[in-house]
Design a protein around this ligand. Structure first.
Ligand code: NAD
Length: 492
């Protein structure tokens, strides 16, 4: 049985009662005065109203960002000057990490200890790009006696940033950091389930000295505010993180304008455990890989493929460990799995839990944890013997639910690993060096972690293949996305 904690739900002090847009350096309501409800996931009660942005609000935000780009100082500042502002942003984010984490945990249901890590990572993202633009070099080529050719790198304009509700503040920083560092101006449309932490950016940016109009925020529904941003002719770049189906729609809607698109989409990532693996490390990491961040993680290792010779022992050990994962209130430091973000998402995850009972063998969890009669709590759930034809093997569940499947040979493991439409991450556990490299290189995944937890090196490309995305974020790939590299040719 899953353990539970019995602390009372916690409400942060000084919660706002409404959230506005932030356009041209000022907080404003929607032009039509419309709002939408924001719920917290422990009781699902509405705790505030957020401005519901429409086309008129997006138009105003884009116009402000466009003015800041064409007439303002930001794109014309020296990299070192922009870098100083970004470092101040990072320091401010870090100095507020306790408050940020408290709000993020309250709004999204993330365990507080894991929310604290997100605020620190957001600060690191700003520091990373602040340093990168100062160190940035570009190519020059000489054709002796004839020509000198060089690359003139320049910001592109207004970047539209559309982000999901999982680890929202940190994921927003992945886009804000490089977009601003390279001299663009931005309009951010955060996820409607979790607008609370995004509302803190404006104060942080103002205090750090970012000029008005460079950062603009429009809250609202994807089909309204998000859609208007994607279709706006003065927004040449859209950086999107979210579901693959939303990505497809955005792709189509951006096509008439031939926009630059960065797409970080869904996943159903395999963790493959071979018989020669360090079993204890593999069990610990694969437990963390799917149950941390409530399983609401794009790179979750939500399919575990285990070699048959160790399969029964692995399943038994895994199920026992999953049962010990502590479900609890998000603010409790003991909690390892909190509440899922929203009742709609909870219903979706629970429908997969029910489906799994007919598609596989339930060995842990399987519903609400004991002691949590309300709120979006799901016990860490493990299904064994899941065939590749099962929907719980093929479809992204995005919750604390994992499917375990046996395999016999390397070839079978590879075929199973690649047998989904997704290709975001993969995790390999083996001590055979040759197999490790051959397998890593053959797998259809944008990122592979070998005998490793999911840790992020900001210099490496982050992104997926197949239905998991297009393009990469991270390091110079982000710099390239947010800049145009103009070639200038001079006759000597
Ligand atoms: P979602 O696609 O429902 O929404 C993401 C954002 O898009 C939200 O801000 C939403 O309002 C907006 N949106 C929705 N419809 C839109 C439209 N028609 N036009 C413009 N914008 C629109 O995704 P979600 O449920 O918020 O997030 C979970 C998904 O995100 C999962 O699939 C997860 O795997 C994925 N994700 C991927 C990564 C990655 O790096 N690959 C990271 C985190 C999350």
């Amino acid at each position: 049985m899953t353990e539970t904690t019995l602390a009372a739900p916690h409400t942060p002090a000084d919660l706002p009662t409404r959230i506005q847009h932030y356009i041209d350096g000022a907080f404003v309501d929607s032009a039509d005065g419309d709002t939408f409800d924001v719920l917290e996931p422990v009781t699902n009660r509405t705790y505030l109203q957020a401005a519901a942005g429409k086309k008129a609000d997006v138009d105003a935000a884009v116009a402000a960002a466009r003015r800041a780009f064409t007439d303002g100082p930001w794109p014309r500042m020296l990299p070192r000057e922009r870098s100083r502002v970004l470092h101040r942003i990072a320091d401010l984010v870090e100095s507020r990490d306790a408050r940020l984490a408290e709000l993020e945990s309250f709004d999204s249901g993330l365990p507080i200890t894991q929310a604290l890590g997100q605020a620190r990572r957001a600060a690191e993202n700003f520091r990373f790009f602040a340093d990168l633009i100062v160190a940035q070099t570009d190519d020059a080529f000489k054709v002796p006696g004839r020509q000198l050719n060089y690359v003139n790198r320049k910001p592109i304009g207004v970047a539209g940033l559309i982000t999901p509700w999982n680890t929202p503040f940190m994921l927003e920083s992945w886009k804000l950091g490089p977009a601003l560092a390279t001299g663009n101006t931005v309009v951010l449309k955060p996820a409607e389930f979790t607008p609370l932490s995004a509302s803190l950016w404006a104060g942080i940016f103002e205090e750090a000295g970012l000029p008005a109009g460079v950062f603009n925020l429009v809250n609202g529904l994807g089909e309204e505010a998000g859609d208007a941003l994607v279709k706006h002719p003065d927004v040449p770049l859209i950086s999107f993180t979210g579901e693959s189906s939303t990505g497809q729609l955005i792709f189509a809607n951006a096509a008439p304008h031939l926009k630059g698109l960065s797409m970080e989409l869904g996943g159903k990532s395999p963790a493959i455990v071979f018989e020669d693996a360090d079993l204890e490390a593999a069990v610990d990491a694969t437990i963390f890989g799917v149950f941390s961040l409530n399983g609401e993680r794009c790179t979750a290792g939500s399919r575990i493929l285990v070699q048959r010779s160790i399969y029964d022992g692995f399943v038994e050990r895994y199920a026992a460990q999953a049962t010990r994962v502590k479900v609890g209130y998000p603010h409790d430091p003991e909690t390892e799995v909190g509440a899922l973000v929203h009742p709609e998402h909870f219903a979706k995850v629970m429908s997969y839990v029910e489906l799994g009972k007919s598609e596989g063998r339930l060995v842990a969890g399987g519903g609400r944890p004991e002691g949590f009669a309300e709120g979006n709590f799901v016990a860490p759930t493990v299904f064994a013997d899941v065939p590749p034809t099962a929907r719980i093997f093929q479809e992204e569940i995005f919750g604390p639910v994992v499917a375990i499947t046996p395999f016999d040979t390397d070839a079978e493991a590879l075929a199973l690993a690649n047998d989904t439409k997704y290709g975001l991450a993969a995790y390999l556990w083996t001590n055979d060096l040759t197999r490790a490299h051959n397998f890593s290189q053959a797998i259809e995944a944008g990122m592979v972690w070998l005998n490793s937890n999911n840790v992020r090196d900001l210099r490496t490309p982050f992104g997926g293949v197949k239905a998991s995305g297009l393009g990469h974020e991270g390091g110079y790939r982000s710099i390239d996305f947010y800049t145009d590299q103009q070639a200038v040719h001079i006759t000597l």
